[in-house]
Design a protein around this ligand. Structure first.
Ligand code: FAD
Length: 456
């Protein structure tokens, strides 16, 4: 066991932890970053699968994500636009494939009216929500006691309108079924992206990608931090003395015992209980952390010799609340001659296909993609399913959210430090919630708070 003295220990080398470490170093402080995995990036991971470069985790950047955009500029990383020329595909309940342009799906006029009305209503409500403090809304408790599914039911009887509006928040964002999270949680998700209209607009929310992959962000941040980043070091124990907080904190991983003044837990809140705390965390944290859970989605990558759908005049953007893969996009890499499609299979649908054999699952998913793009979609040259549910140090995708009632009850407490222990993660961000932008914001915030604490 090697002993190290430093100012701040950061647990987790994702975007959040590495941003916190970078800010502290900029302010002249010493840091040690302990990372459980043998790589940096956490939920950002660019892999080479059978010769194809795939972004297994997060990848898209939207124009409102200024903390992320500033970081990309600072690191000299270039972006490129998602391919979006041509018409989008929508599949109706009866399986009919309809082509369309713009954001509103080609549904019957009555349903379209309901969808437009719901978007307006949600935009109004979202405008009242402060993403940094959704619990402060005067109707927060009431909105947190009703599931998003029930709330949609109070607004319209149109099943197709409910399914589509539900999909933008449920399958596409929180990756939980609409009955499993509250209306308040849905409003936070939209408020964190500026408006509900922004979530509906794929050209906004899935605007750009980074040349070489978004994992370049943590990789470059870690390069600058050099030896301070220790890989393969799951933190097992955090020890401090509440009677003598000035004595600091000891953080123990498999090979290191690091003594510091402050520790930042920069990991998904659902993983806090993998660490032993001496003394144990307070009652509030014990309770609160049980009300946060990960969503679940399979990100499916299918690479073809050419982006064949473009020849059919298709943008690659496809949606259907009735399909196994409820959304799919052209995900061809910058400068690549091959074409890549990315599809998503969310929450209960993901559970269902993980009960099948790998071959059956692949067949079912490719069948779904073929409904959007035709028979050719069934024959990729590379096929890969990102399965974050099996990742010990993540346990789901994309991120964590509160269960029914949890946001109003505990939201305000999630970031509150416990003695020298501070918390930072995309899953507790306001703006940029559940996104890399939010991870960076939380990293910056916790670094400034740790600096303040070090100076007093
Ligand atoms: P993490 O990335 O989870 O980092 C936490 C780190 O802590 C990990 O490296 C983990 O290994 C480590 N760790 C955990 N426990 C311990 C321990 N005990 N000791 C030491 N280390 C530990 N966001 C976007 O902005 N755009 C997207 O397009 C997008 N798409 C996504 C697609 C997928 C499939 C997934 C999974 C996520 C996506 N996201 C996207 C979300 C985004 O990737 C995350 O919000 C963000 O990367 C989280 O960063 P973080 O630093 O807060 O947490």
């Amino acid at each position: 066991m090697q002993r190290i003295e430093t100012d701040v220990v950061i647990v987790g080398a994702g975007a959040s932890g590495l941003t916190a470490a970078t800010e502290l170093v900029k302010a002249g402080r010493d840091v040690v970053v302990l990372e459980a995995r043998d790589r940096v990036g956490g939920r950002l991971w660019t892999g080479d699968v059978d010769g194809a470069m795939l972004e297994i985790g997060g990848q898209w950047v939207s124009p409102d994500q200024d903390a992320l955009i500033e970081t990309l500029d600072e690191l000299g990383l270039e972006t490129y636009e998602r391919y979006r020329e041509g018409r989008n595909v929508y599949i109706a309940e009866d399986g009919e494939r309809r082509l369309f342009e713009g954001e509103i799906f080609p549904v019957p006029a009555q349903t379209e009216g309901e969808i437009v009305g719901l978007i307006e209503k949600l935009d109004q409500l979202v405008a009242e929500i402060d993403p940094e403090a959704p619990w402060a809304h005067p109707r927060a408790k009431e909105l947190d006691e009703i599931s998003f599914a029930e709330w949609l039911g109070t607004q319209t009887d149109d099943e197709e309108a409910k399914l589509n509006i539900g999909m933008f928040i449920a399958g596409a964002m929180l990756t939980k079924p609409t009955h499993a999270f509250s209306a308040l949680q849905a409003l936070l998700m939209a408020a964190s992206a500026g408006s509900f209209s922004n979530l509906v607009d794929a050209d906004f929310i899935l605007d750009k990608r980074v040349v070489g992959g978004l994992q370049q962000v943590p990789i470059r941040l870690a390069e600058r931090l050099g030896d301070a980043v220790k890989l393969g070091q799951p933190v097992r124990t955090i020890r401090w003395n509440p009677e003598a907080p000035e004595a600091g904190v000891t953080v123990i991983s498999d090979s290191f015992e690091v003594h510091a003044q402050q520790v930042v837990l920069a990991l998904a809140p659902i993983l806090y209980d993998r660490i032993s705390y001496e003394p144990p965390l307070p009652r509030l944290q014990h309770q609160m952390h049980q009300h946060v859970s990960m969503g679940f989605v399979i990100k499916v990558h299918a690479v073809y010799e050419t982006p064949f759908w473009r020849e059919q005049g298709l943008s690659g953007t496809a949606f259907s609340p009735y399909e196994l893969s409820h959304e799919a996009y052209d995900n061809t890499n910058h400068g690549d001659t091959r074409g890549t499609l990315v599809g998503f299979v969310s929450d209960e649908a993901a559970d269902e296909v993980f009960r099948l054999s790998a071959e059956e699952r692949r067949e079912r998913i490719l069948e779904s993609l073929s409904h959007y793009y035709g028979e050719q979609a069934k024959h990729p040259v590379v096929y890969y399913e990102s399965d974050w549910g099996s990742e010990e140090w993540t346990r789901g995708a994309y991120a964590a959210s509160f269960d029914m009632g949890g946001l109003a009850r505990y939201g305000a407490d999630l970031r509150t430090p416990v003695g020298p222990i501070r918390f930072a993660c995309s899953d507790m961000a306001g703006k940029g919630y559940q996104h890399v932008d939010g991870a960076i914001r939380m990293g910056r915030l916790v670094a400034s708070q740790a600096l303040e604490a070090l100076e007093t």
